[in-house]
Design a protein around this ligand. Structure first.
Ligand code: DGL
Length: 365
């Protein structure tokens, strides 16, 4: 079973692409609407929220959690992969993946495993615009990972504060204003030169992709991050099929939110008509009261950011350096159809009667 996590609606753009690509897989989505947006929060808060969300998805049976969020990937993926997960025996055999690596691969047409400039990538002088949240842009993750492979690529990065709020709230006028301004400023940054491609480096932004397209020069290629991520995950699962399996034999699609399920379902149906009805998940604990299972883990997470150079932010594996779209294997034959069965029971509450202690509400059957 695979989990997809985001601060809110944005990760549903990735989730939808995965549901279409892997119709036989159980995929559970968790949107932390009670705490969105993440993009302007302090980095330690984003790390802690992301860890909480990952744990919840592990607890309902996910072996693999995909961060359907650039902000969480930029701030938390590497720390969770390196400083947290290996020290949590109860989550042994599970993994967390980010979404920056496949996006960088697609934008640079360079395998992730190539970490130093080589011919022909070293001569690539494409012009790329990256739009993202404040935190993603400040993290420099796209700049660093693109330049590691293609040092001559010219990058214009632009943060769009307020856009996630506008999308979540269905405020079309605000979304239009912010996108128009962002495109105008980014185009000033290119000196008017038409970019070779554009990265919408926030999973909320594909929801307003047509607005970006309308305010950018004709014919600009806007990279589809959800499809790119689905491509890369397909490759990953072909090499790591155990992560795709689940213990129930059921093919389940569940969509959870820490926000109001009715409101969130209505908002999601503005761009994904058939999205399953959201189920309520309890809001994550307030950060000030949050205590991790082990003090050592909390201490690890409090460490300052790992220096950018030398190790991956978010590759689709923790231990296997050969990830690359160019080494994709042929698709495995589709598994036999599985019987649909009711969702599994959630793990018992640590403090039996309190729904908030249980973390995620009972499944809706
Ligand atoms: N959708 C998320 C991203 O890809 C985060 C948006 C937010 O919560 O600010 O960055």
């Amino acid at each position: 079973m695979i989990g997809v996590l985001d601060s809110g609606l944005g990760g549903l753009t990735v989730h939808e692409a995965l549901v279409r690509r892997f119709p036989k897989l159980s995929i559970i989505y968790l949107g932390d609407h009670a705490n969105d947006p993440y993009g302007d929060r302090p980095s330690q808060e984003i790390v802690a929220q992301t860890r909480d969300g990952v744990e919840r998805l592990f607890a309902v049976g996910c072996r693999l959690v995909l961060l359907g969020c650039n902000t969480a990937t930029a701030m938390a993926a590497r720390r969770l992969q390196q400083a947290w997960l290996p020290h949590e025996p109860r989550w042994a055999g599970r993994n967390v993946l980010g979404i920056v690596a496949p996006t960088v691969e697609a934008a640079t047409r360079t395998p992730w495993a190539v970490t130093t400039p080589r011919y022909p990538q070293k001569n690539n002088d494409d012009l790329i615009i990256v739009f993202g949240t404040t935190r993603t842009v400040q993290s420099g993750v796209y700049r660093e990972e693109i330049h590691k492979r293609c040092p001559r690529v010219r990058l214009v990065e632009h943060a769009c504060p307020g856009l996630v709020d506008a999308i979540e709230g269905g405020d079309e006028a605000a979304a239009e204003r912010i996108v128009a301004r962002a495109c105008e400023t980014a185009m000033q940054g290119t000196g008017g030169e038409r970019p070779d491609r554009v990265i919408l480096g926030c999973t909320h932004y594909p929801i307003v992709a047509t607005r970006f397209q309308a305010h950018l020069p004709d014919g600009v290629r806007v990279l589809s991050q959800p499809e790119t991520v689905a491509d890369s995950l397909e490759d990953y699962l072909a090499r790591h099929p155990a992560y795709a399996g689940d213990d129930t034999g059921a093919c389940m699609l569940r969509v959870l939110t820490t926000g109001d399920p009715n409101q969130v379902t209505a908002a999601a149906r503005r761009f994904w008509r058939d999205v399953p009805t959201h189920e309520a998940a309890c809001a994550f604990p307030k950060r000030s009261r949050k205590k991790c299972a082990s003090p050592e883990t909390d201490a690890l997470l409090e460490r300052p950011a790992i220096p950018a150079s030398g190790s991956p932010h978010c590759r689709f594996r923790r231990d296997d350096p050969d990830q690359s779209l160019s080494r994709r294997r042929p698709r495995p034959p589709p598994p036999p159809p599985r019987r649909r069965s009711p969702p599994p029971r959630l793990p018992p509450s640590s403090s039996a009667s309190s729904p908030s202690a249980r973390g995620i509400s009972s499944p809706v059957s």
